[in-house]
Design a protein around this ligand. Structure first.
Ligand SMILES: Nc1ncnc2c1ncn2[C@@H]1O[C@H](COP(=O)(O)OP(=O)(O)O)[C@@H](O)[C@H]1O
Ligand SMILES: [Mg+2]
Length: 225
């Protein structure tokens, strides 16, 4: 689904990522770890074509990221749902409206999707908070609202950047459960995290591969976690 061939990336200084070869297969579950500043967010952005590799080739669904036009990128964004590190919302819109935003933006009839929206919100445990405003949500609730927004377009791949960064352990487990459920529904999952406890817990529930950024490359971590 996503394939990187000899990919390097530099923001202008030295190379941050170098010579990366990797394939994310359909239905796979990957964690990406590495210290802060190692390039996890950058790597994710290369995967969903928010950044273009400075060398090498990234392809998503068989299409070269460098050859994608604006429409291709829009189509790609529907097939890859992203939970961003800072998960921002429009604070004057309700939680439901925020989650529905990708539908609105792509011109879909939100009223016709009302039932979907309701069941999605209750799936993430926000069935009673649809009318709340984002500032009224706790950290864990914000992350689950961001996950709902990321999957509203029924993407095939879900990418989450440090989704449990600022939330307590119980809330982290709850979010992990949702990501594992998505994987069991057939979605391909890629999560950047430096939370090794989260990875250990996940490995008891799902067959996950752990990638580690080390010396600008990506290596497969062993069972030593
Ligand atoms: N837009 C940017 N311009 C220049 N440098 C950047 C930019 N974004 C990130 N960096 C730098 O690239 C490095 C890796 O960042 P990032 O991918 O966010 O790492 P991580 O997510 O692993 O913490 C950091 O040193 C960061 O300061
Ligand atoms: Mg990051």
């Amino acid at each position: 689904m996503i394939e990187l061939n000899d990919v390097s990336y530099s923001y202008g200084g030295g190379e941050l990522l170098s010579g990366i070869d990797l394939t994310l297969a359909p239905g796979s579950f990957h964690f990406l770890t590495g210290p802060s500043g190692a390039g996890k967010t950058t790597f994710l952005k290369l995967c969903y074509a928010d950044l273009l590799a400075t060398a090498g080739r990234v392809s998503a669904f068989g299409q070269d990221a460098r050859a994608m036009g604006r429409d291709d990128i829009a189509r790609l964004r529907r097939r890859i749902g992203v939970v961003h590190q800072d998960c921002q919302f429009l604070d004057h819109l309700s939680v439901t409206e925020n989650v529905a935003l990708p539908l609105t933006v792509s011109g879909r009839d939100v009223v016709a999707e009302a039932e979907n929206l309701t069941s999605l919100l209750s799936w993430v445990g926000l069935g009673d908070q649809g009318d709340s405003l984002p500032p009224q949500l706790s950290g864990g609730e914000r992350q689950r609202a961001a996950l709902a927004r990321a999957v509203i377009m029924a993407p095939e791949i879900v990418i989450a950047d440090e989704p449990t960064g600022n939330i307590d352990w119980e809330m982290s487990l709850r979010l992990l459960t949702l990501l594992v459920e998505l994987n069991k529904m057939g979605k391909t999952i890629l999560i950047a995290t430096h939370d090794l406890n989260l990875i250990r817990t996940a490995k008891q529930q799902v067959s996950a591969r752990v990638l580690r950024i080390h010396n600008r490359g990506i290596q497969l971590a062993g069972a030593d976690l």
